[in-house]
Write a protein that binds this ligand. Structure first.
Ligand code: C5P
Length: 239
């Protein structure tokens, strides 16, 4: 497989075309950003950690019957994935109240939800990725009502698989963000990444944070936290 020209550069990844149709080459970057790019830092090792953790989690999901764009990890910071057209929605699943939901509802972070909830945000940097309703999704023509139902079902299923998986590592899956894409045939596939950049993960006993909140809130070393997650998931340590 050959890496060809750069198709897209995001905040955390670069995507390259390959000599094979429908396969793209993803390179995870060392950039850490928060608050829609307002806080920014280069953190050596971050790209490798997120690539390894995402690859482990997509493999785990595959074993549980959840298809994703992931094909294979090809180096410490790179993977091959199926090319999809990203649906411009961020699908957030929450098991506990934290982050923006704690602020929006004025409920203490850490409060358990009776049932997992799903939220949709419009992927649009200029607007700051606003939370939107299902009616807004129709106004934006971002997905059909049927596709919205599929996204919700898939998101809740992924939550069950990941929650159980993290529990085995004594980590509480507080919330996370997913992105989905459409294949040429119109199939909805899980895409993007699943890593401590996109999940809140707390130690089951101490509630210590092992996710991007460490960076957002300046409460410790991002690489220490992500290395901890990787080793709990059975992956190798990296300095
Ligand atoms: O900020 P908020 O509480 O809404 O985030 C919910 C979850 O979605 C968190 O796990 C956060 O890391 C993730 N998220 C993300 N990318 C965004 C917004 C949120 O990965 N643009």
């Amino acid at each position: 497989m050959e890496k060809l020209d750069l198709l897209y550069e995001g905040k955390a990844k670069r995507i390259f075309r390959t000599n094979e149709e429908d396969v793209v080459w993803i390179q995870y970057k060392d950039s850490a950003t928060a608050f829609n790019g307002e806080k920014k830092e280069e953190i050596t090792g971050k790209g490798r950690l997120n690539n390894e953790i995402t690859s482990l989690l997509f493999d785990k999901l595959k074993q549980a019957g959840v298809d994703s764009h992931f094909i294979q990890k090809i180096s410490a910071t790179e993977q091959l994935v199926k090319q999809v057209t990203i649906i411009p929605l961020e699908v957030v699943v929450r098991n506990l109240i934290a982050g923006s939901l704690a602020t929006r509802l004025g409920i203490e972070e850490g409060t358990k939800l009776e049932q997992p909830i799903v939220e949709f945000y419009y992927k649009n940097d200029d607007l700051g990725d606003p939370i939107i309703t299902e009616d807004h999704i129709q106004v934006l023509q971002a997905a059909t009502p049927e596709q919205v139902q599929v996204l919700k079902e898939k998101a809740l299923h992924i939550n069950e698989v990941l929650r159980d998986h993290f529990l085995k590592s004594n980590l509480r899956l507080v919330d996370f963000k997913l992105e989905f894409g459409l294949t040429n045939e119109g199939t909805i596939l899980l895409a993007d990444e699943i890593s401590p950049d996109t999940c809140r993960l707390w130690d089951m006993d101490t509630n210590e944070k092992f996710d991007k909140d460490v960076f957002r809130r300046n409460i410790g070393s991002l690489t220490d936290a992500y290395n901890n997650v990787l080793s709990r998931l059975g992956g190798g340590q990296h300095v």
